[in-house]
Ligand binder design. Structure first.
Ligand SMILES: Cc1cc2nc3c(=O)[nH]c(=O)nc-3n(C[C@H](O)[C@H](O)[C@H](O)COP(=O)(O)OP(=O)(O)OC[C@H]3O[C@@H](n4cnc5c(N)ncnc54)[C@H](O)[C@@H]3O)c2cc1C
Length: 472
């Protein structure tokens, strides 16, 4: 026999937790279905970086900031490629979300907010994260979930996956079918069904299908299998944002049997460490001004390279004199990698280095000659300014760096009421979606914009639970 609920939230992660917490303040019977053995979802590994303008914390620091300025910054960074109505909704409501977290016990790293870190910088200090990154957010919300459960308004089913949405003859969603890890099946009915089950950044087939790109890394949450996207599509929803895929710079993977674990992150950010090395693509040619100040420019340049891969090339003198490029490793670990790790290569000549790395030896030789001439003259064809040393003293080194991202960019189309839409723009009755199930392209556009995954997930989840869902 099916159970009946005021609201059913599928997925208890970044977006699902606030949805359930706030819905349970207004409704007596809220069901949170979570396939994993704990709540929190991607917050267990996410950097949890949030952006919000007009917060109480900013005021304490005397930072004058407004949602308008936040919006303008986002549009400047992604050139208006996100869904503008949803972007506006995030910035207008992010401060309330952030203040709610702070009032609930959330803490941020000393001296936050900041203007930026690994992505393009904001013009104002409105970027925050907790001492335990995403975990700080999960730890803030878990007691609020527990409180709602203790009050009797919220039921949490762990180890239980939603398998299918139930619809009536008119196509309205009326409930959810579930299956526990032990194989027990059940049906749950509601006029408010929320897909908050995350993206598909752990599903190689869906990743290729939606982005046309292999899933290079296995960093995303194991349950990011795209089941919510599939359920939404099965009842008439459509996906958008796959064309907004972008890769980040600086990650070395353990191997090329994709998806592969992250081995080490190199500091290829001029704001943190000016490059002494050159970057070449798989043919051995330079493809970007290594010290270009825009992260976005460097990421888009890498996106245009075959296999989204590049090589960081340098010589013994650079190894000896430059600041560490892999600061989480000791020098001993770093040097040892060149004899042991498939992504690290060394050789006594440039020709041998190219051959060992699978690069074109003739192109590489020309690249090195041309760079050394630019270094000597101070005039580089790509406009690079920071060229402290030539690449001339053997042995020579190359590190293979893989561009990838940890999120899905494509996701279900929704409107500003978070209603899941059909491709003709009509909403599917009773069905809502929040979080990465709507795709990073919707909120971040075709650039990485500070906090534009976690902030909308939390904010839209809060808004849905707090005021948008209607309870009779
Ligand atoms: C390493 C890393 C760093 C990141 N850093 C940042 C950052 O600093 N800032 C930022 O803005 N974004 C960041 N992101 C992205 C951001 O963290 C995610 O987009 C966001 O947390 C996703 O939230 P969500 O609620 O949609 O999904 P999740 O938090 O993953 O929650 C989805 C939940 O649904 C559950 N689930 C899945 N399928 C089912 C099913 N069929 N039935 C029931 N439950 C199901 C899952 O188990 C999971 O608990 C990062 C991502 C990663 C991987």
């Amino acid at each position: 026999m099916a159970s009946t609920w005021d609201a059913i939230v599928i997925g208890g992660g970044t977006a699902g937790m606030p949805t359930a917490i706030f819905a349970a303040e207004r409704a007596k019977k809220v069901l949170l279905i979570e396939k994993y053995h704990v709540l929190g979802g991607t917050l267990d590994r996410s950097s949890g970086q949030i952006a919000a303008a007009g917060t109480k914390l900013q005021k304490q620091f005397g930072i004058e900031d407004t949602p308008d300025e936040h919006y303008q910054d986002i549009i400047r960074i992604n050139r208006g490629t996100s869904d503008l109505a949803l972007t506006r909704l995030v910035v207008d409501n992010a401060a309330v979300t952030f203040d709610w977290l702070m009032d609930s016990g959330y803490t941020v790293v000393k001296d936050h907010p900041v203007k930026g870190s690994g992505h393009e910088f904001f013009t104002k200090r409105r970027y925050y994260w907790g001492p335990e990154m995403g975990v700080t957010i999960a730890k803030t919300m878990q007691p609020l979930v527990d409180k709602a459960v203790a009050k009797g308004n919220l039921t949490v089913m762990l180890n239980t996956g939603a398998t299918e949405l139930m619809v009536d003859a008119k196509g309205a969603v009326i409930g959810v079918k579930t299956e526990t890890a032990a194989g027990e099946k059940a049906e749950h009915l509601s006029n408010n069904v929320v897909l908050a089950s995350g993206g598909f950044a752990s599903n190689p087939a869906m990743y290729m299908e939606h982005h046309g790109v292999p899933l290079y890394s296995d960093i995303a949450h194991p349950m990011a299998q795209g089941e919510g996207v599939k359920m939404g599509l099965a009842v008439g929803g459509y996906c958008r944002g796959g064309d907004k895929y972008l890769c980040t710079f600086g990650s070395v993977l353990r191997h090329r049997n994709f998806p592969a674990p992250l081995e080490v992150a190199l500091t290829l950010y001029p704001n943190m460490r000016m490059p002494w090395e050159i970057f070449v693509n798989s043919t051995g040619a330079r493809f970007v001004r290594e010290d270009h100040p825009s992260v976005d420019h460097r990421e888009k340049s890498l996106l245009a390279q075959p296999g989204h891969r590049h090589y960081v090339v340098f010589d013994q003198e650079i190894l000896d004199k430059a600041p560490p490029i892999a600061p989480t490793w000791t020098r001993e670990q770093f040097v040892k990698a060149f004899n042991t790790h498939p992504m690290f290569t060394s050789a006594s000549t440039i020709g041998e280095l190219a051959a060992k790395s699978g690069l074109d030896a003739v192109v590489m030789a020309k690249t090195i000659d041309s760079y050394n001439a630019a270094q000597a003259s101070g005039s580089d064809k790509l406009g690079r300014n920071h060229m402290p040393l030539p690449i001339a003293k053997p042995p020579y080194y190359a590190i293979a760096v893989q561009g990838f991202t940890v999120k899905s960019c494509s996701g279900l189309g929704i409107d500003t009421q978070m209603r899941v839409l059909r491709s003709d723009g009509s909403p599917i009755q009773n069905l809502y979606a929040v979080g990465e199930v709507i795709g990073g392209g919707n909120t971040s556009g075709d650039s990485f914009v500070n906090g534009m995954m976690v902030t909308p997930a939390l904010t839209f989840g809060r808004m849905l639970g707090q005021s948008i869902l209607k309870f009779s």
